[in-house]
Design a protein around this ligand. Structure first.
Ligand SMILES: [Zn+2]
Length: 64
């Protein structure tokens, strides 16, 4: 399977939208765990990297 590329400050779309209805998340921390922040309501969640890669649909706004 193709490995997904992503980096800090990318805005990504996940397979499942946040319950608030938004499906744009900004990567705000990278490490063993990835922290993403919902662009709709500002809620942030921490996800293990492997799980993040499984749930990631695509990068919609790459960081510069
Ligand atoms: Zn939200």
């Amino acid at each position: 399977m193709e490995r997904k590329q992503f980096q800090l400050n990318d805005v990504v779309e996940m397979k499942k939208p946040h319950p608030c209805g938004e499906n744009k998340w900004k990567i705000i921390r990278m490490g063993m765990d990835i922290r993403i922040k919902c662009e709709g309501c500002g809620h942030s969640v921490m996800i293990p990297r492997k799980q993040f890669e499984q749930k990631l649909k695509k990068v919609i706004e790459p960081a510069n």
